[in-house]
Design a protein. Sequence first.
Length: 367
Amino acid sequence: MRHTTIALAAALALLAAAGAARAQGGAKAPAAPLANPVTNRGATWPFAGFLVSVPDLPGLYSTHVRPNGALLGRLAANPLRTWSFTVLTRKPERRFESARALAQHMRARRETGDPQRVTKRSHRETAHQHAGQPCTRYAIDAYDRGERTDDASNVFARGMTCVHPEKPDLLVELGFAERGAVDALSPELEQPGGAFLASLRFMPFAPPAELGAAQARMRANDVAGAVEILNRLAAAGDSGAAALAGAILVHGRGMPADLDEGRRLLELAAKDGRVDALFSLGAVFDKGLGVPRDPEVAAKWFSLAADQRDPQAQLNLGIFEWNGENAQRDPRKACDWWRMAAGNGSTRAGLLFRDNGCKQLEPAAKQ
């Protein structure tokens, strides 16, 4: 199916994804992509070369989170209205020296679509600067006839496309859209949508030579030498290096453990939303590594990782709920976590879902 823009396509796809998620729930834990709830509003999520803050809205869910993009949505009060948020990257056919040239290119690109289904009412493309980089802001209002007669809706899409400062051949795009029986973009979406676009922060790509040197040290069993290199990268702003060095020091992998320094590095990486650091911090408080064991704090870190569809964090949250680690035991919540973890690739979660009678615990509406 073709649509006017990727942001517009996301708005249309989210309605179908929500319906598919509601329809699933047979004898087996369903396969990805399941709609996963986002419980930490406004949290930082990392992607390849940039960071964004997820919208500060209740009721968000994701259908995809990958290093190069994400798709989130929210059903409005009326189930026929949806809000969507997209993160994506693309490699264009050319490089752009100015925001004006980028705006002209993206306007032409966004003009392609399916005129039999989508009627565009207006399309504004404006040259823009973000963090000193050439960007273009777009606003598209359209009418979508839908796949069925009763599917017709207005669509309002807004977004921004920018050139990455370190990779001129890489474009980063954030977008948000509303689809439904409304005559204009809802005011309650404009503020969080605008903040979502403004949250884009570019990050350095790890210098290949230094990262390669660290990997070579690891292969030669010189873990201390690798950590020394990773620490330099972390000091220069590489949160991935900080997460790796922190995990090595916390667990004492190949060298004596340094729990305080390892936790410091993990917390540094966690500020950039690094899933590996978030999970490792959850493990620190779950296992009591250098700190008193605290399942409540562990669950906080695991939930931040689970929001980014990390299956191991979701598996652990399910175990916490099943065992009643933080409050009253809740088998239904445990099964919900295991269902999502299985959908995101955890074989163990799928077995726990099956062996603990999770199918019988599902609400009748999901049958």
